[in-house]
Design a protein around this ligand. Sequence first.
Ligand code: ZN
Length: 325
Amino acid sequence: MADSIVRTPEERRKRVQRIKKIILVFLMIALVTPIVVCICLGIQVSRLNRTIDDLSQRIQTVTELVEDQQKKLEQISSLENVQVQKDEEIQEEIRTTESEPDADNERITEAVTPESAAAHKVYLTFDDGPSGYTDDILDILDLYNIKATFFVVGKEGEWAEEALRDIVGRGHTLGMHSYSHRYSELYDSVEAFEKDYEKLRDYLKDVTGVESKLYRFPGGSSNTVSRIDMLQLIDFLNEREVRYMDWNVSSGDGGSRILSVNELVRNCTMNIEDNAVSVILLHDSTDKKTTVEALPTIIETILALEDTEILPITDQTELVQHIAR
Ligand code: ZN
């Protein structure tokens, strides 16, 4: 019906112009919209970039913190490893060598001045301490009112210092047994031995006020692991008026096998009646639980023997030495 309307030329011109306007508006919209969208997207991208930069920085800070913590952990763990390694080395060397000289136990017994009228004198000696058992050992000794001798090594820390002071304070004899107890270092040269000796002497003097004049060689004077002639070290001690004491009775607790209480009691007590002097080798170490358990029976068995006395080592004590000048 509309097609049938007849338009004047003026109307047609207007209509064409209207259509042109519409097309123009469309074109404008078609052009402007993408530009606006692009600008908006650009702003968003820039914002996101800033956020990403911020997050990256945070991640870097966190990573640095984690790396720092890891380094600290590694340091702690390596320190622990070194300590564990040192302990293992000491335990291993104690196992491998300290039990060896047993065969030579009764080589030389050198008489000096008798200090007691008893026919059989017994000296309980504890090597390698102090340890977590020192206090128990001291309590047992107190219980029987007995004094013993402790050949100690260079254990450090407040607990060790307390134990050392306790040994002295409760009337026992403090002897030296090397600072490091590492055969490879200790017996490398006379100079190395001297350094170790002085370190332990000074440490014990600082902690307890006592300058010990008594020494027990790790592994005994008859050890077979020393790279230097043990007589050179004996001369070294003699020059300083330090006496060294080996043993002629071994409890057997120096080996890697843990002995039963019965075995320990038997080893410690079976030959006492045959000896005028019995210097008994025992150990004060964390892995020697049965030694502590056996101690009361060892003491009771010895005390039950006729004409027998348990004594601490003094300047007057008869020396038991595997080798001597
Ligand atoms: Zn030892």
